[in-house]
Structure formats: structure tokens, C-alpha cells
Design a protein around this ligand. Sequence first.
Ligand SMILES: [Zn+2]
Length: 307
Amino acid sequence: MESYYKINSKLKWLLLLCGVFQITSCRDIQENKNYVLATTGMLYDITKNITPSSLEINYLMGEGVDPHLYKFSQTDLQKLNKSTLIICNGLHLEGKMNYILEKISRKKTVISVGDSLDEKKLIPINEKLHDPHIWFDLNLWIRVTEVVTNNLQLKYPDQKKIIENNSRKYIEELKKLQLYTKKRIEEIPLSQRVLITSHDAFRYFEKAYNFKVKALQGISTTTDYGLRDIQDLVDFITNQNIKAVFVETSISPKGIEAVVKGVESKGKQIKIIEGLYSDAMGTFGTPEGTYIGMYKANIDKIVDALK
Ligand SMILES: [Zn+2]
């Protein structure tokens, strides 16, 4: 599994050199002590909700962006140089940005929320790595909100009270979402709680809500799938009488479409549900462009298709 994150060593050095060059060329970008940067949309949402309006919050990965494959651009470097606090998911989610985040952490505060969590609460992939899709466990995400809160308070002690109040309100909303989710999931009989997606992003969801999760690709989208994987999934679906499969917004639908064709060739029908949010939220400014709206949209899609 570790090989997911391995970059050819020559290429790595080349990229590193390019990174050094680009950072040097961005020296004119001044650090702004009120500028906070989050890597993913989900972390941006927490940060945006709990910080006072005097701070400027930005993000790297927007709508439909796959964080496993994401490579930083010149604009990203400008954002990184401008920031005083960088909040990332960690646990190798931002796989292709690891080296730049490591490098920049020597000069700036970089908070890896995944690495701040209790290891016992994380899902292991192997002896060394853990599943990075922690935002699908609402208890873990509440803990992540607390980690972001504590770090913002350390960085901006004069704003401590406002951050505390905003954080409390945000966590109350997350707890309401938790109740909504539990209630809606109960509409699906246990035997129908099977979530089939393109890539394996829903293990925390599986654990929290007594689901069985099946995916074509592994935990990271840097792994590929083959005909054997498609055939196995087709066999599983036809044997279990699964009602629907799901396509994620940040992943190509090709693999799941091949599975659906395979199921239909066996004389069975299956619904294909598009627009499941896995590693990226929806458009900013719409309900699905917020963490809570995205999570709720997923729950409604899953329950309505499988109940
Ligand atoms: Zn993923």
C-alpha cells in the first residue's frame, strides 16, 4: 500500500528541485499573518465557519477535485507563501503534495488534522498507514473541528472567545447532522446496507452505520482496477440483489458504468446514482458546497436509492 505514495525517486528529486525553484520565484509574495489556508474543501468549511471575519481563509482543492492525484500549481505556491497557518488532512490524503507540505512546515505552522487524532479511532490500511477519509465519521470530524479550533486559538489568542463560540455552534450543527443521519439510515433494512462506489472512500461510513462497502479502486485513486475487479463486483451485485451503485463526483464514472453493463448482461437491472460526494464537496455557494450540505445530500441519495 505504501507504494501508492511512492514517486519514482528521480522524478521526486526533479519535482523537489522544481518546487525549490518555484518557491524562490514566489519570494515577492509576503506572508500575511491573518491568512489561513486549508487543503481540502471540507477543512476549509470548518475553518471558514469558526474563524472571525477579520481573518482571510482560502483553500487549494475545490469542487470535483481528487486530492489523491492533486498536484500543486504556481497559484497554490502563492497561497502557501502567503499563509501563516496551513491546515491539511494528512494520513497521505494529499499524496502528491506531501513533500511540499513537509518542506513548508519548516517555516510555517502546518497542522495535519489526521495525525492529531487518536490512532485507535483510525482504520488501518496496513502496519504503517491509515485510511485518510476521516470526514465520513462524524465523531472524528467533531474531533477534527476541535483540533482546528485549538490551533486557531493558539495562533490568534486575541480572537479566542469568538473562535470558541463559533466552534461550539458548528459542533452543535454537526451533532444535529449525526441525529439526522442515524434516523435516515434506519430506513434501510440491514440486508440492503451495501454501498458500491468507484473508489474505497467510505470505510468510516461503513463502520459507523453498519454498512458493507465495496469499491472498484482501493483507498487511493492512484491504484488502478482491472477486468477481474469489474467481474468480481458484477458477480457480487447479481448474487446479492443490490438495487443501486454510486458514482462519485471526483472520479471518472467509466469503471462503475462497466459494472452496470456487466450486471445488465446477466439480465438484471441496477440503478446508477450519480453525484455522490466522496473526496470533494459540491460548488461553493450551494448547500452541497458545505460539509453539512454535502453529507446530508449523500445520506439522502444513499437512503432513497437503497431503502
Ligand atoms: Zn479518496
